[in-house]
Design a protein around this ligand. Sequence first.
Ligand SMILES: Cc1cc2nc3c(=O)[nH]c(=O)nc-3n(C[C@H](O)[C@H](O)[C@H](O)COP(=O)(O)O)c2cc1C
Length: 330
Amino acid sequence: MSNTFGDLVKITSFGESHQPYIGVVIDDFPAGFPIDFDQVQKNLDLRKPGQNSTSTSRKESDQYQVISGIFEGKTDGSPIVAICPNQNTISKDYQPELIRPSHADLTAKTKYQNSNDYRGGGQFSGRLTANLVFAGSICFQYLQSIHSGLKISSQVISIGSETNPENFESIILDAKNSGDSVGGVIETRIQNFPIGYGSPLFNSVESIFSHLLFSIPAVKGIEFGDGFNLAQSLGSEVNDQLQYNSKKEVEYLSNHNGGILGGITTGQDIIFRVAIKPTPTISKPQKTINLATKQNLEHSFLGRHDPSIVLRARVVLETTSAIALINLSQ
Ligand SMILES: Cc1cc2nc3c(=O)[nH]c(=O)nc-3n(C[C@H](O)[C@H](O)[C@H](O)COP(=O)(O)O)c2cc1C
């Protein structure tokens, strides 16, 4: 099912950008776990729109209401179900006959025979990533309770072709001021996750992560460890060599494989980078089609859109990583 992920803890995401609610169902989550919802909200606040000048002006409080699965402050074994209202929608900005280049407007219309809710991108909206943040934050808290010192962090490696973090904001603002958008690369690092999780073949750590991370709209590439650079290197340069340390513990001398060998965690940091494309909806005029008149045209698209998705996507990657980790077999 395309809206449900997970063999061990199952996450179902639902909702559309301009309908009353979005929401998430978390099934088969361990019972008796006390969730810190303030911490969940902190993560949601990092993702939510309208935070600063580099973000869309759509403001949402992103406050979830839990309607099942919690009893006396702890998970009770039934599905955790939570809904979040869509509060700030301007549907008139969206015209179904005008196709936004590089968005899902035409693929959705074709697949669903014009029945799709096109407003705000419907189910294809980045808004749905709030569901991943909500579910992933809960998964992270549980994982942290069983793997001491577990940490997941992300940093922006580049915005467009710029790699100096001091210039990132101005690159995004330049794009915004010219009615354009810009993409970027984010690196995520998972520390203190044990050796031996994952499987060969179809449920490799890379497969599970890639499956989930490509569910995040606008993610268009992923590499683990040195990724594509490995292809340009000699084995002698990038093999992760080993030694026993003074306590006779096995130590790797490097981590070019990003903490995964044979689809199984090595106990080193799990490291991956994702490429995020420029936000598709831009006000700069672009060539597109009008489905009603069957004409070609140049159009400036309205609506409130992030000039770059990258900054808001960091917490989405971190929390979605927790959904991947909780679904790795031991
Ligand atoms: C946090 C987040 C916010 C997004 N905001 C916007 C937006 O404001 N405008 C837009 O056109 N696309 C936005 N997107 C990207 C689109 O949802 C996405 O590009 C589109 O659904 C097509 O899917 P694809 O790029 O994965 O092929 C956002 C994505 C994320 C993760």
